[in-house]
Design a protein around this ligand. Structure first.
Ligand SMILES: Cc1ncc(CN)c(N)n1
Length: 217
């Protein structure tokens, strides 16, 4: 029995390590991330999540088992509800009117293209880093931070380091592993590419927030 996720996780270890050392993450962890940078991130993330919610539903519809479909529909409404509530605490009822940054647009468009035009296996692999990378980063920060009492971003950290998020992440991994189990070599390669690309886009998302990325023209 193969464990596709363990293999692809090892292959993309360097991306995860690079994310851990991004300035956005190190400053989020020590609480020194400038407020305007975090605000930019939260606004872009709200735009990202409003698309991701639709993408998760679509991937769920493509799954064969109704329990799998239900999981992704629940994830779209449940997890995103939690994240939306988190956003509201940081946005303080300020409505998001920003337009998606180039990276936000690229990430959501990429996921949407893969989920709509490619196999269910590739779609599952593409949406997975959104679960797994946030879980790993949440756990990493919780384990290494020394300022839990006075970090202004603690609510964010606790959301992704928490048990509820872990349960959902593990379920998404299990479903994707099950599809990988029956996939042929060509599909497995395509799944690896989708997982890698979405992981790179996670890195780019934090980088673009740190630099408050704008459209060049
Ligand atoms: C860009 C991004 N990726 C992942 C997550 C965690 N669901 C998020 N909130 N934003």
């Amino acid at each position: 029995m193969i464990n596709w996720f363990n293999t692809v996780r090892k292959q993309t270890e360097s991306i995860l390590e690079s994310i851990k050392s991004q300035e956005f993450i190190t400053q989020l962890m020590d609480g020194t991330l400038p407020k305007d940078v975090f605000q930019f991130y939260i606004e872009q993330d709200a735009l990202y999540l409003s698309e991701y919610k639709k993408i998760l539903t679509q991937v769920g519809v493509k799954c064969t088992e109704s329990s799998e479909t239900q999981f992704f529909i629940n994830a779209a409404s449940g997890i995103i509800e939690v994240e939306n509530a988190l956003h509201q605490t940081f946005l303080k009822n300020h409505t998001v009117i920003a337009e998606p940054s180039p990276t936000c647009e690229l990430y959501t468009s990429y996921l949407s293209r893969v989920v709509c035009n490619q196999s269910v296996e590739e779609g599952l692999a593409a949406v997975l880093p959104c679960f797994t990378i946030y879980k790993e980063i949440g756990d990493y920060i919780l384990k290494n931070q020394t300022n839990k009492e006075d970090n202004p971003y603690q609510d964010w950290i606790n959301t992704y380091g928490g048990e509820d998020f872990a349960t959902s992440v593990n379920h998404a991994i299990d479903i994707t592993n099950m599809y990988a189990e029956d996939a042929n070599d060509k599909t497995l390669l395509r799944m690896n590419t989708a997982f890698r690309k979405a992981s790179q886009l996670e890195w780019m998302f934090w980088d673009s927030a740190y630099n408050k990325e704008q459209w060049k023209i």
